[in-house]
Design a protein around this ligand. Structure first.
Ligand SMILES: [Zn+2]
Length: 301
């Protein structure tokens, strides 16, 4: 992508919130961004690859979490950058962002080059941290931080009022399901975050990727429940595999997250971290038992 100039993103308005649509319907490596204009100030949320050649005029940048597809080209932004304090290190330093993926050395070096060359991720040591409930007052319009951890420790949504637009970022409602395979991810937190945003009344719910903007709380909740169901399906897959006692190494021969054709250095680390979290929760619920050190079996009810 380096050296090419992309077309400007399409801007779609929801009240005073504009979604700057990422290329390819926002599928990774792209994502959707927001532009929120108040009487006194304008802010950009989650600058994506599609904004690289079209940096919007704004006073402030908010980043929902420290992943490259939500923070592309920040070196080209001369305005202040804010992110939740738990993901601050990843935005301040590309090395910290790379470390969050938990890759072995040669693969980590490849990823570092990709973040530099494709996403133009540069260190932003000046980035500022925010916390749950922080309010950015743009003049007649506020943007409130809703901490929704699990995808990453600092993953956040933003509620824009009075418009009633809740941006839920990578609670992205895709059929892929919740992603909690990074070193800073947490399945239990992710599920708590799903319950939390389920309870927030808004007119629009904006996701960062293919599903775009969902209108209406009822529609959003239906989709959220289907999305949460992917976690239950992963449990069910694991329980059926554990009808016979198996080790983690044996279980890793079956994928919980990625389809079989997906390749890449990230696949095994993500599958392992996902598997370990499901084993821990099934064990805590008495659904599986460790029949020998490192060997698990489903408990027959
Ligand atoms: Zn992400």
């Amino acid at each position: 992508m380096t050296g090419t100039t992309s077309p400007p993103p399409v801007e779609v308005a929801y009240g005073a919130v504009s979604v700057l649509e990422g290329a390819g319907r926002g599928a990774y490596p792209y994502a959707h961004s927001l532009l929120v204009r108040g009487a006194d100030a304008t802010l950009v949320v989650d600058p994506s690859l599609s904004l690289l050649d079209h940096v919007p005029a704004a006073d402030l940048v908010l980043v929902s979490h420290g992943h490259e597809d939500h923070a592309a080209g920040l070196g080209g932004y001369d305005m202040p950058v804010h992110v939740h304090e738990e993901d601050l290190a990843a935005v301040r330093s590309r090395a910290a962002m790379v470390a969050g993926f938990g890759l072995a050395a040669p693969d980590a070096a490849d990823l570092d080059r990709r973040l530099r060359d494709t996403f133009r991720i540069v260190d932003r040591p000046d980035a500022q941290g925010f916390a749950e409930g922080t309010v950015f007052d743009l003049g007649g319009r506020t943007v409130t931080v809703v901490h929704l951890p699990g995808h990453t420790a600092g993953h956040c949504g933003f509620l824009v009022e009075p418009d009633g637009f809740l941006y839920v970022a990578d609670i992205d409602l895709t059929s892929f399901g919740p992603f909690y395979g990074d070193t800073g991810s947490d399945l239990a937190q992710f599920e708590a975050s799903l319950r939390r945003c389920r309870g927030i009344e808004a007119r629009w719910y904006g996701t960062a990727h293919q599903k775009g903007v969902i209108e209406g709380a009822e529609e959003f909740r239906g989709r959220l429940d289907a999305y949460a169901g992917v976690v239950e399906r992963r449990d069910a897959t694991l329980l059926s595999l554990l009808a016979e006692p198996r080790t983690v190494a044996e279980l890793l021969g079956h994928r919980l997250v990625y389809r079989p054709h997906v390749e890449g250095a990230h696949v095994q680390p993500v599958e392992r971290r996902t598997l370990v979290q499901h084993l821990a929760r099934l064990s805590a619920r008495g659904r599986i038992e460790e029949v020998a050190p490192g060997r698990f079996r489903a408990v027959v009810a």
